[in-house]
Each structure stands twice: as structure tokens, then as C-alpha cells.
Design a protein around this ligand. Sequence first.
Ligand code: GDP
Ligand code: MG
Length: 417
Amino acid sequence: QAPNEENLRSPVCCIMGHVDAGKTKLLDCIQGTNVQESEAGGITQQIGATLIPTDNIRDRTKELKAGAKLKVPGLLVIDTPGHESFVNLRTRGSDLCDIAILVVDIMHGLEPQTIESLNLLKMRNTQFIVALNKVDKLYSWKVSPNAPMVNSIKQQSEDVKSQFDTRVIFQFKEQGLNTELYYKNKNMGETFSIVPTSATTGEGIPDLLLLLVQWAQKTMVEKLTYHDEVQGPIVTNIKALLTPRPMKKYRLKGKYMQHKEIKAAMSIKISAPGLEHAVTGTSLYVVGPNEDLEHVKEKAKGPMNSIMTKIDKNGEGVYVHASTLGSLEALLEFLNTPEVNIPVRGIGIGPVHKKDVIKAGAMLEKEKEYAAILAFDVKVKPEAEEHADDLGVKIFIADVIYDLFKQFKAYIDGLKE
Ligand code: GDP
Ligand code: MG
């Protein structure tokens, strides 16, 4: 399929930055949810994804008068975990994304994980937009709830405005990066844009959304053309095949022993550069001497592509949780078959948390039947269950895909009667 502006998939956007910069709250603001307050210790623990349909974005950005030009079906936002011990998950998140939001707390400027995120993005050549967050904390800030920043700014004093660009632009410069407030940026691509935001008042969110979508569809037509991959496979050379050493010898010679060759099923550790970026549950392919690398790469790309393309284009549908990427893929595949045809709005890998319930709850006002979570081979946290009861979100749990479908179908049929 040739690149085609009329047939674009939704860009995948991840939110990165230092812990407490406001990533989750910003995501809440974008999704119209309230997850942040429900998280254990305010820390995001898993990767998940939600689609924000273009109609929604168009509506929220109408004051910026750019509605007609939005061509992608939506923006798929990915939650990335924020805690220090989650570097690996964070890396995975950034692997998937086409474009990123780098959140910086205006009161703190660049912090260690901001720089870590920045380096990940640079390494992958991922375009990003800086959200200079918590502007409502600036002394004498005048709030206009949910207003575009370009409007909100007109109400602020010169002193407040000057705090937007002084420190942070200088700090980015120290990291070798040119940045500029987005409405002054004449050279996007070379110079990264900064959007002042407040996840508390909603100010600047319209600007951020519009800029993300416009920038993605302007620069990534090729990448976003529907068939195209979200993520490339990792091609590497195996350096070592390792198995755990018997307990006794641990301390003397290290945890693992090396092997030249390993036969049959055995729990092994493979050491190879770049492998730490692989998504759990994806496959390993060995490229033999007579095999075509490109062909093997195509095979490896399958699962992630299929997952991202099976999320409903209108952002309507149920939430789906599974234990691994593979089982998630199988479940999505099943839900997508014409006889079943259950649309999916968002996905998660791992247990169902309260925040997932909140996200699924966003459907209550639109399509009540889709305010549901299909949990396949995963646990549901007690708080999540409680909250689901309170909200009226249905959670279906099963270890067999077909049972999940039967339960859900019985529920829908019940609603219709
Ligand atoms: P994360 O660790 O980056 O996900 O940060 P959170 O979203 O959990 O936010 C950390 C804290 O900052 C929470 O107490 C939020 O309520 C608060 N916060 C986030 N964004 C804003 C903002 O724009 N303004 C203000 N005043 N507080 C914010
Ligand atoms: Mg968070």
C-alpha cells in the first residue's frame, strides 16, 4: 500500500518525564478520566493504551480553529510507568511510540528522568513535544479552565510569561537541544516545541493535542499509513546462552554458566545487545544461514502490529486485559472476527487495577454496554472490583477466551431485553 493521507492509522503517543512531573494527571486530562488519584502511591505500574478519537480532539481544539485538517482517526496514548525501578517498561513504551510528550515540571526544570527520557527519544529519533507543566503554580497565575494556552496567556502578566522560556530553554540547550515556545517556533523539526500546560486546570491541553496530531500527520504520512508497523523487530547477535548455576556454586563463580549449545526446552537466559528492549511475550526467531532476514523480520513484526490496528477507530468499545502480549493478541483477534465483533477501546497487560476501571468507566455516558473490562487470565485487584461495582463497570473474568465472550454476550443480551 502506498502512503496515503486519507488512510492513516492513529499515531501512538507516549508520555515521558520525571516522576511527579504530572504525566498521569496530564493523561487523565487528555482522556477525560481521573486515574492519578487512584494509583497506589501515585505511581503508574503497567503499560496500557487508550484511543482518543479525532472527534473528541476536534471538539476540544475548536477554539484553535484547525478542526477540518485532522486526518488521523485519533491519537493512541500509552501510559508508561514512572518509577525508577521501571526503566525497562519505560523503554518499551518509548519503543512503541511515533511521537512523545516529554513532561517537565515548570517549578523543577529538567530532572534526572527527564534527561533519561530525552536520551531514549534521541536514541530512537522520536519526535516529541515538551509539556511545560504545572504553570498554574506560577505566582499570580490567572486561571481560564481548559482554555488553549494562546488564549490563557493573554491574561497573564509579563512577569509570568517570562517564566515560560527562561530556565527550561537554557537547560535543554545544555543537553544539546534547541527548544522554543510552540507559538514562536518557526522551525519545527529542528527546534522542539514547548507547550505550557496545567493538568490541573486543563490549560494548554487543546494546544498540546492539536500540535501532536498536526505534527504527526504532517511528518509521518508514510509511517502512519495503515499497514505499517508500529515497532521494528530487534536484530542482534547472541553473545551467550546462560543457565543458572546450581545454588551451591553461586557465590564462587557467579549466577550463571555459559553454554555453546542448548537443546530442548530449558529455562535459559540469552545475552545479546539490545535484547533488553524486547517486549515480554514476543517471539525469538533464529535467522539461519539460508534465510532471508527481511522475511524473518516481517514475521516478528506481526503481534505488535496486529494489536495496535485492532483498537477501535472511534475510540468506542470495551477494555481488554491479558497476561501477556501473546494472549492479548489472541483475544483481540477473536473479538475482531465478524461473528463476534466486539470493539476494543483500550488494552492492558497485567492485572486489572482501579485505574483501568476508571478508564473503562468513560464509556458509561456513551455506550453503556461497553463500560466493561474483559480480563483474560489476569487477576483483578480488590479495589478495582469495588470501584467497578460503585461505578457500574462490568468486569468479566475467564481463562478461556470463548467463556469471556459468552459471559459478555449474555450480559449484552440481558441489557437489550
Ligand atoms: P507522574 O509521576 O509524572 O505521573 O505525576 P502525577 O500525575 O502523579 O502528578 C504528581 C503530582 O503533581 C500530583 O499530586 C498531581 O496532582 C500534581 N500535578 C500534576 N500536574 C499538575 C499541574 O498541572 N498543576 C498542579 N498544581 N499540580 C499538578
Ligand atoms: Mg504516573
